[in-house]
Design a protein around this ligand. Structure first.
Ligand SMILES: Cc1cc2nc3c(=O)[nH]c(=O)nc-3n(C[C@H](O)[C@H](O)[C@H](O)COP(=O)(O)OP(=O)(O)OC[C@H]3O[C@@H](n4cnc5c(N)ncnc54)[C@H](O)[C@@H]3O)c2cc1C
Length: 634
């Protein structure tokens, strides 16, 4: 049965569709550098903009895509008078902001630093989405979700977190209520959709949590036996698939008999989990279909995740009887923490320290309800200036330092030029060859190796979450559906911000889509996913959101026309940094050097930061790479 647009509420005015297909509906000019926004001419407040966001709106990507397509006309660049710096940082994500901070630390806080970023908000992947106002205001992460402290942590990020008042262990202990949803009778669910499984049915998931386990307890459902009984009776899967799943989760079978432990580890590290399931574990192919979403948190599907990683990182089943060495047990070391706005807290606290008056907060708690004054970010009198909507298109060593040319306000905006003694490129590796032509061919090739993952994080503002409560689910995997995972607001209360406490209150729901094309090389999968992401209109994302919620939760009383108050589609065409896998990266077999080491070599007065330059992807690495890049400036 197809649900009509009217029933879905497609015609309803939801809260400010500011960025319909990425084009800002209300007027918002780009301020000339150094011009302070007054109430009358200030642009919109970026965290509260809804519609197409992330980096998926033309103002953010138009210059970059023109460069990629060799369709960029630099024109005569206007030189900015009296606008020169000690350091110019290209990229205002966590790495770029941290680079500015480390540089200021080395120079006593008085250095002249300019940070430029192509978005209308700072933070890179670590931005905040805000819905509503006052006590009912809801927060969510637009992208980056959690920080992490290793048990034996060291590195620059430890110092930076300390300086920002971020104590991950204390925050995890004091501000998270992991039993919150469980006390309300809610837990993990699985939604089987009619198109894939023959009928729409939502069941409790009988298996342990694999995602975001630090936010939910107990991680293994205490009523697992009853859940399994219901699953075996009602799941719309072939009988063999149900039996295989039960065996996979319960039997301690050695699926690789005759191999030594080391040989098993090697086999598991060089085969995909999808192949492990249908090969050695002898499962029906529907088992892999059923488990489709369980590794999407990494941006890769079962066919591109090694069996070893499925076990170690995701705790997926099938390994209990293999007798693997303890070093390969599911990794539960360290402490993860989720701020209500995700890792935007790190970015915002950095900005609070870099730019006087930008944010009246010193600690994570104080910062939750505080608004950034975007009008003071780029003030001539300040040591550090942050210039938004500014995309570097040419960076070159010149006599006495570096020259950086950039567009202001997208590809059709002004061309500007400025100078600095030093430059840190804290932007993405594969952008650098386009903007920095003096690099050697091998370095350009090494930079281009890092192809990023497409990510889609849709935040839905809901008037209430009664239907979720009635259905007994706060987290839903939906193998076969458009969105793979649905996550109700995390149970974290910090400072003046309290998570939604009652099913009758507004909340925010995050819906994630994974992009996978089994059989293709992983980088081609990413390229295809990115092409689909950019080709999808806001209308399509909205219709899919409404339709999936209606199918899964309609029987529990959800009415998409009534219950959805707002929608922000965080489209990250260039999301997670590339990380290496024995499935795809030959140098791991041949023993050659990892490409990111060559990619990040300094060139004259230009050094390279960003998490890409660390060879994998994390907030902590982005910070450590910033410290290294600043140290390399000498
Ligand atoms: C959806 C999503 C979820 C994530 N979740 C987590 C998580 O939970 N935990 C975690 O640790 N990490 C997570 N990450 C990874 C995240 O990328 C890193 O943690 C970190 O935020 C990267 O910071 P960065 O500054 O290195 O890069 P970015 O955040 O990408 O910032 C680089 C900035 O440079 C800008 N830029 C690029 N080219 C130019 C140019 N020529 N001129 C000006 N600006 C330019 C970019 O647009 C961007 O704003 C997530 C990423 C995504 C996409």
């Amino acid at each position: 049965m197809t649900i009509s647009d009217r029933e879905l509420g497609m015609g309803r005015p939801i809260e400010r569709r500011d960025f319909l297909n990425g084009v800002l509906m209300a007027g918002a000019g780009v301020l000339a550098p150094g011009r302070r926004a007054r109430a009358a001419d200030s642009g919109p407040y970026p965290p509260a903009l809804t519609g197409m966001r992330g980096s998926g709106y033309p103002g953010a990507y138009s210059t970059g895509h023109a460069l990629r397509d060799h369709d960029f006309a630099p024109g005569p660049a206007a030189s900015e008078s009296a606008d020169s710096y000690d350091l110019i940082v290209v990229g205002g994500g966590i790495s770029g902001l941290a680079a500015a901070w480390f540089y200021q630390q080395r120079h006593g806080g008085g250095a002249r630093v300019l940070v430029i970023d192509n978005h209308d908000d700072f933070g890179g992947h670590a931005k905040r989405n805000e819905f509503g106002t006052g006590a009912a205001m809801r927060l969510s992460n637009a992208g980056s979700f959690n920080v992490f402290a290793d048990d034996h942590d060291s590195g620059a990020h430890v110092d930076l977190y300390r300086a920002l008042g971020i104590d991950i262990a204390a925050l995890a202990r004091d501000t998270v209520d992991p039993g919150f949803y469980h006390r309300l009778g809610m837990g993990q669910g699985v939604f089987f959709d009619r198109a894939t499984f023959g009928r729409d049915v939502l069941l409790p998931d009988p298996a342990p949590w694999t995602d975001f386990t630090f936010l939910y307890s107990p991680t293994t459902p205490p009523d697992a036996d009853a859940r399994w009984a219901r699953f075996m009776a009602e799941a719309p899967l072939p009988e063999r698939a149900r039996a295989d799943l039960y065996r996979l989760y319960h039997a301690a079978t050695d699926y690789l008999p005759g191999l030594s432990a080391a040989e098993k580890v090697h086999r598991l590290d060089t085969m995909s989990y999808a192949d492990f399931l249908t090969g050695p574990a002898g499962c029906d192919p529907m088992v892999a279909t059923y488990l489709r979403d369980r590794t999407f948190g990494s941006g890769r599907g079962l066919s591109s995740t090694t069996a070893l990683s499925a076990h170690q990182r995701f705790g997926l089943p099938g390994f209990a009887g293999l007798g693997l060495p303890a070093a390969y047990d599911t990794d539960e070391s360290g402490t993860s923490y989720h701020f209500p706005e995700g890792n935007a807290t790190v970015a915002r606290l950095l900005v609070a320290r870099l730019v006087p008056g930008a944010l009246a907060a010193r600690t994570p708690g104080e910062s939750m309800l505080a608004r950034v004054d975007y009008g003071v970010l780029d003030q001539p009198g300040n040591a550090t200036r942050i210039r938004l909507n500014a995309m570097a298109y040419h960076v070159a060593n010149v006599r006495g330092g570096v020259e950086v040319s950039y567009t202001l306000g997208g590809v059709n905006g002004a061309r500007m030029r400025t100078r600095g003694k030093h430059c840190v490129l804290a932007c993405w590796n594969y952008v650098i060859p386009y903007i920095c032509p003096e690099l050697s061919a091998p370095q350009r090739e090494a930079l281009a190796y890092n192809v990023k993952t497409p990510n889609l994080w849709v935040n839905v503002w809901l008037n209430n979450w009664r239907a979720f409560h009635r259905a007994g689910t706060c987290f839903m995997n939906a193998p076969g559906s458009y969105y793979a995972s649905l996550i109700l607001e995390q149970p974290v209360s910090l400072g003046g911000y309290a998570h939604s406490a009652s099913p009758d209150d507004p909340t925010v729901l995050t819906m994630l889509r994974g992009y996978e094309t089994p059989g293709l090389p992983i980088k081609d999968q990413f390229r295809l996913g990115r092409a689909e992401l950019y080709a999808t209109t806001f209308d399509t994302f909205e219709r899919e959101t409404r339709a999936q919620l209606a199918s899964a939760l309609g029987p529990s009383g959800f009415d998409p026309a009534r219950d959805i108050a707002g929608l922000t589609v965080n489209r990250w065409g260039h999301g997670y940094s590339y990380w290496y896998s024995a499935l795809y990266d030959d140098f791991l077999k041949t023993g050659g050097p990892p490409p990111h080491l060559l990619a990040r070599q300094p060139v004259g007065a230009i050094t390279i930061a960003n998490t890409d330059s660390g060879g994998t992807d994390s907030t902590e690495l982005a910070i450590d790479m910033a410290a290294r890049a600043v140290a390399e400036l000498g």
